[in-house]
Design a binder for this molecule. Sequence first.
Ligand code: TYC
Length: 119
Amino acid sequence: MSDTPKSPFSPTPGAPNVGGDDALVLDRLTQRTKPPAMYQVVLLNDDYTPMEFVVWAIQEFFGKDQETATQIMLKIHIEGRGVCGVFSKDVADAKADQVMSSARRSGHPLQCVAEPVES
Ligand code: TYC
């Protein structure tokens, strides 16, 4: 592995470097930047957190209406986990922390994690 960071530019395949003119070469470069990684905030099932609290938290922290929040809660209850939203890493981490803090303040063992979305 080389220590040199990879350039975010790659030449367009087959583009001729006519006459060695720098401006012309730059004009024929293609930018190659990755979109930012996205993170999903996942709630995990447990046997003790009341369903009503989970529905409230999904509405409060993820902006879902009561019907959608209830569907997500039931999916978690049945399948063990469920995605409540997808965000940048900073926002996803902050939301997971807010959910966990709120649950602890209310005495519930609810677990919430932020994880990278598979691409
Ligand atoms: N399984 C819990 C109960 O029966 C409800 C619950 C749903 C808990 C979703 C956590 O993320 C959760 N009270």
